[in-house]
Design a protein around this ligand. Structure first.
Ligand SMILES: Nc1ncnc2c1ncn2[C@@H]1O[C@H](COP(=O)(O)OP(=O)(O)OP(=O)(O)O)[C@@H](O)[C@H]1O
Length: 299
């Protein structure tokens, strides 16, 4: 487990992270969401042991990460702009990774070579942005890390490669309990692979939940009545959003579906639909519910 406790970080006296606490379970894929400038990259760099926090703790199974070389051999961080040594070919970069990461797996490296089809003799910095990102994943996944930390990882990858990379990550999580933290502005991407999500805003979490819990706890209802709608039908539920479209009401409520269904049936609606919500909708309504202007938070 990666445990972050009461983490604080300021740059030039401006506080970027204020009391961040979060746990990421072993073998889990955690989606870190948030506004521009919320502090996601800073948090990821502290978790990866690149920046040092001003106060608070980051521990991997109770080991501190900062300046911990043996632990860092099991962690790979892919930044939003992956870095490669100038003039190095893919092969030279691979040799460097092999000498740095003791779990390096040559068979995996060659299998991924077949899959991606990039020329080992090419200088990495002369490749396109998307190809450089492919190389970053190729090297990272061949290093067989126990912890993979990704900052906006899928930007610039085409749909086919993106799917391949996601499958490889999911496979490593399933096969050898790799732990992944991924920051992204793309909720659909996060919804595909993450089992837990958190939204960071102005340096602290405003929401942190298991994705399944989040989905089973929130309902989108379309409902219409022959006569006047019953008063206070949803009084035992948290109503996050309510609007009227002609004679049909659209209501987003939080609460237990088993209690919700009979309640609505008893009110004898002429129209009643319970619709699934996407992660994007859930966040929009959750944020609306706590008074945040979601359009400014999720980009
Ligand atoms: N090295 C640094 N020196 C000074 N300020 C910094 C540094 N790194 C980040 N910041 C500031 O910290 C704040 C958070 O930046 P950070 O990159 O962590 O946000 P982010 O959530 O990743 O944003 P985005 O979604 O735009 O990438 C910003 O105000 C940024 O200007």
């Amino acid at each position: 487990m990666i445990s972050v406790t009461d983490l604080k970080k300021s740059f030039e006296r401006s506080e970027v992270l204020s009391s961040v606490t979060v746990n990421v379970n072993k073998g889990s894929i955690y989606g870190l969401l948030g506004s521009n400038g919320a502090g996601k990259t800073t948090l990821l760099k502290i978790i990866a042991g690149i920046y040092k926090q001003d106060s608070g703790q980051v521990s991997y199974e109770k080991e501190n990460v900062f300046e911990n070389v043996s632990l860092k051999e099991r962690i790979i961080f892919i930044p939003d702009f992956p870095y490669f040594f100038p003039q190095y070919t893919i092969k030279q970069m691979a040799d460097f990774y092999q000498s740095t990461y003791p779990n390096w797996n040559n068979t995996r490296f060659h299998t991924l070579h077949q899959l991606l089809g990039l020329d080992l003799k090419k200088k990495v910095q002369q490749l396109s942005k998307g190809m450089q990102r492919q190389v970053a994943f190729w090297l990272a996944l061949s290093a067989m890390p126990d912890y993979l930390i990704l900052d906006e990882p899928f930007d610039g990858l085409d749909a086919v490669i993106r799917k391949k990379v996601k499958n490889l990550i999911i496979q490593d999580v399933a096969d050898r309990q790799m732990t992944v933290i991924v920051s992204s502005h793309n909720l659909r991407e996060v919804e595909d692979i993450c089992d837990h999500v958190g939204i960071l805003h102005h340096g602290s979490f405003i929401l942190e939940k298991d994705l399944d819990d989040l989905k089973s706890d929130i309902h989108k209802i379309q409902i219409a009545f022959k006569d006047t709608p019953p008063k206070e039908l949803f009084k035992d539920f948290t109503v996050l959003h309510k609007e009227k479209r002609g004679s049909v009401f659209l209501v987003i409520v939080k609460g237990d579906r088993k209690k919700l269904d009979p309640l609505i049936q008893n009110s004898q609606p002429v129209v009643y639909d319970l619709l699934p919500l996407t992660l994007e909708e859930i966040f929009v309504y959750e944020m609306e519910g706590v008074g945040y202007a979601i359009e400014n938070i999720l980009v």
